[in-house]
Design a protein around this ligand. Sequence first.
Ligand SMILES: *Cc1c(COP(=O)(O)O)cnc(C)c1O
Length: 425
Amino acid sequence: MHHFYRKNGSLFCEGVSLSALAGKYGTPLYVYSARTLREHYQRLDSALAALDPMICFAMKSNSNLSVLRTLAREGAGFDIVSGGELFRVLQAGGEAGKCVFAGVGKTDDEIACALRRGIYAFHVESYSELGQINRIALRMRKKAPVAARVNPNVDADTHRKITTGTYENKFGIPFEEVGEFYGQASRLAGIKLRGVQMHIGSQITSVRPFREAAEKMLPLALTLRARHGIEYFGMGGGLGIVYDPALESGSAAWWKRQKNPPLTPESYAAAIAPLLQPLGMRVVLEPGRFISGNAGVLLASVVNVKKTAHKNFVIVDAAMNDLIRPAFYESYHQIEPLTVKKGRIISSDVVGPICESGDTFCKARALPSLSAGDRVVFFSAGAYGFAMSSNYNSRPRAAEILVDGKKVIVARKREKLDDLIRGEK
Ligand SMILES: *Cc1c(COP(=O)(O)O)cnc(C)c1O
């Protein structure tokens, strides 16, 4: 579900023409839809209403201040993974009290800052981190609220670089050791046990792994609540989205006939709510991509078209420094001309100008014949797009626009050449 649509062959975001935006602000250009962000948040929040949900947007997927502010205004909390992300939350008007802090390598400074600000909970990954948090809390005469991140050893059925819930991964405390972990934690004067949490991976498109992990965790959560009075159960994030709008446009009846219908807030809630409701605990969710992924697109312009005996290369002004997902995870982005083009369909590789073979957005994709100056759109680029961008090859980073109805907000200015050398000698 999103608010990018075509009218008379031209693509719009809510009430704004994307060609007009590309013309005014240049390319490469990220464009986000505020209405889509809000609706994703609200739909998830209401589908899970029976579970007293706290939805903490995993801001590593998109940490732009305007995006964060849009969600904070809806009441969202945030899943943070660094002191820098907490800084952004506060700058955007978010509440520290609705933040959970994840990650295997929190530094002393980051822990102290999060404690001072009063975050909701630390998601702890090891005994040594537990000791580290306890030590800092005692020094500050505080009690640090924590939940263990449990590794339930469930295969999330997703790409190997984004599966996190098996014993092959660096994440979490092995399921079998969790009881002992809470026993030890309860004896530490600087620690308050607040919940228990897991996160099994990313871009999970069926409810099965979520249900399986929740089923496995349930008895453990009940025991921990009885022994330690914990108040929440963290389901993690990882809810997958549809990257191919050709699929998304399938009718409801068509989807019913498919083996793997897309995950919706409602189907997710239907799978987990009956399991978790009897727990009587608040449920904390950390969706990133599910909220931001289909709320953003990347616009680019064709710089050159290079035809060889074997290939048709469409070279665009966006590159892997702007959108690294295809290079990093072999991921799929739907690519279309910004304005519908009549004419021949040719098998094309869309590539960026960077000196890496990996700087390839797609191979042998059936696309209308394109020429220099044409504009293209990469869909579903709102998560792990700009957030993973870099200045590789000394390329200034793209601008980001947030559209809200007919309103256009420059959420981040395009970087200039001077930005590239700031702080250098
Ligand atoms: C990355 C991450 C998320 C968000 O993942 P999505 O697939 O974007 O929902 C949530 N929780 C933790 C601990 C993460 O590392």
